[in-house]
Unconditional design. Structure first.
Length: 344
């Protein structure tokens, strides 16, 4: 807590103004004709009173007491008959200008406070706009990672399967395999460039929005991955969660499976992958496991971890829990998602 120090300029100005006012009243009352220098006292008092009220801060009742004491002294020293005249002169040449200056100071202070408030609101609006832009950029980055990254991973898987296929013509086998290998390398490089671009784009927490809801079921997603060459199967009844189509729980489950399949294709090519999606009371349980690479892995690629982190955030936003990590012979991704929750 800070202690306010007395404004010495304000005290001195108040005392001087009060003394001049008292002197002016005493010099003007009771005289039939005033010398010119006495008549000039009041025109000088008026601007002084205005400047005192305009520029000096009035803290506390001390200044008012100084003025009141000067007025009382002036009125006591004259007789009752002339007191009214002295009070009128003080009101016209001291009080009124001082009040005018004080009013002008208050208007200026209000204007300054209003300008500060407008500037503060503008800064707050800019912060809100920056936050909204950051969240939107993070949301777009997450969607691109999930959608485009998944397709690029499937392209690499399909190219890898063709590269080791025995069905290529003997005469053209070398050239064809070189071309297929080029496709796989290109898809891998495109995935890495996409991840780098998303790292620059993502500068905030992942949002809970979506560019569009998934237009395919989990069963269709698994079938598409299998047709691309991924050794994946769906364990369980596909229609067990059909009543959740289009819900937040369905979208979250779809993205969990999609990202898990992408990671399996990227980091454990040739591994057997099992997808399990089932109801457990009011929750949806999602589990994607792989048993490790069955064929020679492709070139090593460092994982930024943004996919699993984004999945964890997405599941958390719908009220669920998420876990991912190595198992005894592979890797597992698990999520428990509330089926009834529709608001993040």
């Amino acid at each position: 807590m800070t202690e306010h120090r007395p404004d010495r300029r304000g005290v001195a100005g108040g005392v001087a103004l009060a003394a001049l006012a008292a002197l002016a009243v005493l010099n003007s009352i009771g005289a039939d004709a005033l010398p010119l220098w006495r008549q000039l006292v009041f025109p000088v008092l008026a601007p002084l009173a205005y400047l005192h009220g305009r520029h000096l801060r009035a803290r506390g009742a001390g200044r008012l007491l100084v003025g009141a004491a000067a007025l009382a002294a002036a009125l006591v020293l004259v007789d009752v008959g002339t007191a009214a005249t002295g009070a009128m002169l003080l009101a016209v040449f001291v009080v009124a200008p001082w009040l005018a200056g004080r009013n002008r100071r208050q208007q200026a202070e209000l204007g300054r406070l209003a300008a500060e408030r407008v500037a503060r609101l503008e800064r707050e609006q800019e912060l809100v706009a920056r936050s909204a832009r950051a969240e939107e950029r993070a949301r777009i980055a997450t969607e691109l990672h999930d959608l485009v990254g998944h397709d690029l991973a499937l392209i690499a898987v399909r190219a890898g399967a063709l590269e080791v296929s025995a069905g290529l013509a003997p005469d053209d086998r070398h050239a064809d395999r070189a071309a297929v290998a080029g496709i796989r390398v290109t898809a891998t490089e495109a995935t890495d460039r996409l991840r780098a671009a998303l790292g620059a784009l993502r500068d905030g927490p992942a949002g809970d929005g979506s560019l569009a809801p998934p237009h395919e079921s989990i069963a269709a997603l698994v079938a598409r991955a299998a047709s691309a060459g991924l050794a994946v199967r769906l364990d369980g009844a596909p229609d067990e969660t059909s009543d959740l189509a289009g819900s937040l729980a369905d979208q979250a489950a779809h993205r969990v499976v999609q990202e898990a399949l992408t990671n399996a294709a990227r980091y454990a090519p040739g591994a057997a992958v099992t997808v399990r999606v089932r109801r457990a009371g009011e929750d949806v349980l999602v589990e994607v496991t792989n048993t490790g690479a069955a064929v020679r892995p492709g070139p090593e690629r460092a994982s930024g971890g943004s996919g699993l982190l984004g999945l964890a955030e997405r599941v958390r936003l719908v009220g669920g829990t998420f876990g991912a990590g190595p198992t005894g012979d592979g890797f597992a991704v698990r999520a428990r998602i509330p089926a009834a929750r529709e608001v993040a």
